[in-house]
Structures are given as structure tokens and as C-alpha cells.
Design a protein around this ligand. Structure first.
Ligand code: GMT
Length: 380
């Protein structure tokens, strides 16, 4: 198949899923065309059967808000025509599904079909999409999509509840490449030595440092752990709440134990060196970072929100708590880190669950089947 993919190319779960999906599809022989304003950060640009098409937005002085959605729709239709795309897959409804709808309509004028699939990721529904300024158009574009998928059952239900959409939504979960996200004991030991001393516990947090991630809770949980045992916290990623977290770590006098590593494009090398991941988010429609950690045998202390309980079985593959309960999360982290047998059992259970349910080899065929069904339906 020839598949166009549009996503946000920056650090964030939806862009990661879209990029990894494109890479996996290309590995399975499909031709993949990314259409976005920048090359997605996990792409090297040297992958076989993957091309990247940049959307440039003209910045005429009259435009206080340059119309990216229109430039994107134009580029989508051009790429679809030039490369004879079979299907376009947009990740994150706003504004991508609206642009795709426009592109489909533009091409239809010349008798050309371009069915498109919208994948809902989370904040496009729960935060941005529910804003009245975007709700009607997002709802319209979801219903007009040729196919809609969501990354958890929670998000499917939430979409119907918030938008009243009628187009059926297929749940296709986030996935991970279990051959790349894996703990190799020798390599892990070498990399761990660069970040922590022997005997220190290593905790990790990975996100885009937005308010929904509750970065302040991460630092508070860690400060309680660090009072009890030698420990380090690796903060991977960047975003608006990074500087306040740095200030908080300094105020709590733990800044020599908290390493802010910034954006990292090979998190698969860093995650396995950790003993525990912290994900105390306000909301998570799935929690891709926790899945990537699980595949690397790192259990997550998380909040019992959104789609997280679909991924993490409390007490088996990780632990779930109420939002903001930093005392309980810290207590659980300390207890687990002191009980190495329990931690080990949880790590292994997480890896097993990732392999059984969430490996790319299991999830990508679901997308392929979904594209086929969308193509069949749009032929009729
Ligand atoms: O919150 C983020 O990390 C960014 C956001 C996005 O859309 O880029 O992530 C959402 O999509 C991820 C991939 O499908 C999910 O794993 C995250 O749970 C989801 N984030 C939220 O719902 C807050």
C-alpha cells in the first residue's frame, strides 16, 4: 500500500506512535509518505521506503495566524496525487482531520479518491477538542473520516460522550517494538554506569513536561525516595514545566541527584537502566511511556486515570494511585525498591504483558487490516 501519514513531528506520544507506525509499515514493504511541517524527530531520513514532505506556510504580514491547516491540506492533496497514495492516516484530530477532509474533497473534484483514517490520541479529545472553539469542527471531521481509531477503550468512550460522534471507533492500542525496547544486561550495565553509582536506585520520568504530566509530583515523589536511599532521577524530555521542576529540585536540595537530560531520540537505550518509572499524570489516554518502560522490564508507579488501567494491572505489572497522592506513590516506590524480589517479578510480568499484547508485530497487522477495510468500503 502507499500510505500518507500526518502527525505532530515534535516530542509527544502521538508523533512517536505515528512515526513508529510508519517505520514498521515500511519494514513490512509499504511505501510511506510523512507530510508535516518538520521531519518527525524519531526519523533519521535514511529509512527505506519512507519519504518526508515538508509543509511550508507562507508568512504574509497580513496573517497574524499563518493558515497551516490550509497549507497542509494542499500538500496532502499534492502528495496523494503525485505518489498515488491509497490512504491517508492522520494522527491527532486537530487540525489534521480537517485538513485531510479538505484534501479529499479537492481531489474528488478530479475524480480521485483519497480515503483518510483519523487516530485519536488523547488531548485532541480531552483538552483541545473539548474547547468550544474546536469542538464542532473536530466532531464533524471525525464523523467525515473514512475510518476512526482510538488508542484505548477509555478514549473511544470519551469521544462518543464528548462529541456525540456516530462513526464507529476501532480501538487499536499503542504498541512497542519489543526487539528494540528490550533490556540487554551487558549494554544496560555499561550505560547505567554513566548515570548512576553502583547501589543507587534509578528512577525515570519521560514526557513532554506539560501540566497534564504533573512534573512537580514527580520531583516530590523522588525527593521522598531520595531521603530513604541513594537514588537518582533521570528526567527525559522537555517542555513548559521543565524550568519550574529544576527550581523545585534545587529548592528541595536534590538537584545533584536529578538529571534533566532533555529530548532524547533513543530512549530505548536509557529506559532499561532504570528500576522504576514515575508517571503521576493528571490524565493519560494510554500512557505510551509506561508501555515502553514495561517492555524494558521497568514497572511504572502511575495514576489510575484514563486508559492507564487498561495497560497496567495494579500490583502485577505496575502500581496505580489517585492523582496527587504523592505520599502513597513515594511509599510504594520505596517499598518496591527495597523488595528486590517483588520488583523483579513485576519487571518480568510487565515485559511478558508487553510481548503478549503490545508488540508491534501484533498491533501493526491490525492497522493494515483496518486500512484494507476502509479501502474496501470506499470502493463501494
Ligand atoms: O501527552 C502526551 O504525551 C502527548 C500526547 C500526544 O498526543 O502527543 O499523548 C497522547 O497520545 C499518546 C500516544 O497515543 C498516549 O500514549 C498518551 O497517553 C496521550 N496523552 C494524554 O492523553 C495526556
Amino acid at each position: 500500500m502507499k500510505i500518507g501519514i500526518t502527525c505532530y513531528p515534535t516530542y509527544g506520544g502521538s508523533g512517536v506512535v505515528a512515526t513508529e507506525l510508519g517505520i514498521e509499515l515500511a519494514n513490512r514493504g509499504h511505501e510511506v509518505h510523512f507530510i508535516s511541517y518538520a521531519q518527525p524527530f524519531r526519523l533519521t531520513g535514511r529509512e527505506d521506503r519512507i519519504r518526508y514532505h515538508e509543509v511550508s506556510v507562507s508568512n504574509y504580514p497580513l496573517f497574524e495566524f499563518p493558515p497551516y491547516d490550509l497549507a497542509l491540506a494542499t500538500r496532502m492533496s499534492e502528495v496523494a496525487e503525485y505518489y498515488d497514495l491509497d490512504v491517508l492516516h492522520v494522527h491527532y484530530a486537530i487540525p489534521h482531520s480537517v485538513s485531510a477532509l479538505l484534501a479529499r474533497q479537492m481531489l474528488a473534484r478530479n475524480g480521485r479518491r483519497l480515503p483518510f483514517v483519523t487516530t485519536l490520541h488523547g488531548t485532541d479529545i480531552t483538552l483541545v477538542g473539548a474547547d468550544r472553539a474546536y469542538l464542532p469542527i473536530t466532531s464533524y471531521a471525525i464523523d467525515e473520516s473514512n475510518g476512526v481509531t482510538s488508542i484505548s477503550d477509555y478514549l473511544r468512550r470519551k469521544t462518543i460522550e464528548t462529541f456525540g460522534t456516530t462513526r464507529p471507533i476501532e480501538v487499536i492500542s499503542n504498541f512497542v517494538n519489543c526487539d528494540i525496547y528490550v533490556r540487554d544486561p551487558v549494554i544496560t550495565q555499561q550505560i547505567r554506569a554513566q548515570y548512576a553509582a553502583p547501589g543507587e536506585a534509578v528512577l525515570v520520568h519521560l514526557s513532554n513536561f506539560r501540566p497534564v504530566k504533573r512534573i512537580s509530583d514527580v520531583i516530590q515523589i523522588f525527593s521522598r525516595v531520595a531521603r530513604e536511599m541513594p537514588a537518582r532521577l533521570l528526567m527525559i524530555g522537555d517542555g513548559p514545566d521543565r524550568s519550574s521542576a529544576e527550581w523545585q529540585a534545587k529548592t528541595l536540595k536534590i538537584h545533584d541527584r536529578v538529571l534533566f537530560l532533555g529530548k532524547h531520540d533513543r530512549v530505548n537505550e536509557l529506559l532499561p537502566i532504570a528500576d522504576l518509572m514515575l508517571m503521576p499524570s493528571e490524565l493519560e489516554s494510554f500512557g505510551l511511556a509506561a508501555l515502553e518502560a514495561m517492555a524494558c522490564e521497568v514497572p511504572t508507579i502511575a495514576t489510575d486515570v484514563g486508559g492507564v488501567p487498561e495497560l497496567i494491572e495494579n500490583g502485577v505489572t505496575g502500581m496505580l494511585f489517585s492523582v496527587g497522592d504523592v505520599d502513597a506513590m513515594a511509599e510504594a516506590a520505596i517499598t518496591l525498591l527495597k523488595d528486590r524480589d517483588r520488583l523483579h517479578a513485576m519487571s518480568k510480568a510487565g515485559r511478558q504483558e508487553a510481548q503478549k499484547t503490545y508488540c508491534a508485530t501484533r498491533v501493526i497487522p491490525k492497522y493494515e487490516e483496518f486500512y484494507e477495510s476502509v479501502l474496501r468500503a470506499s470502493d463501494n
